[in-house]
Design a protein around this ligand. Structure first.
Ligand code: FES
Length: 111
């Protein structure tokens, strides 16, 4: 189980308990975190679940696929070093507290 603090673009942070292996987008949706469009439903084709992850070593979140890398290059919000797509992330075992900040601008036209 991990403690994940989601920071939405508007409103107060939301602290969630997430089991190991849980998909971060699914956890965010379950807790009603705002700002995630997730237009494709987690299929890594829309780039509208863009988040900035901190509090964990990037390699513990798993390798970034080529599709995720390309979508982040084209994301509505400017990409940062800690940018990831929430739908492509699973909670690792014993990660310590994770902070997931939702990118303020998510909307883009799907290809
Ligand atoms: Fe579409 Fe993550 S929900 S890329």
């Amino acid at each position: 189980m991990a403690v994940v603090t989601f920071v939405p673009p508007v409103g107060a942070p939301i602290t969630a308990s997430a089991p190991t292996g849980a998909n971060l987008l699914s956890v965010a949706m379950a807790y009603g975190v705002g700002g995630l469009v997730a237009e494709c439903g987690g299929d890594a084709v829309c780039g509208t679940c863009h988040v900035f992850v901190s509090g964990i070593e990037p390699q513990r979140l798993g390798a970034m696929s080529e599709a995720e890398d390309e979508l982040l290059d084209d994301a509505a919000a400017p990409r940062r070093a800690n940018s990831r797509l929430a739908c492509q992330l699973a909670v690792p075992a014993e990660p310590g507290p994770i902070v997931v900040t939702v990118a303020a601008e998510q909307w883009r036209t799907m290809p």
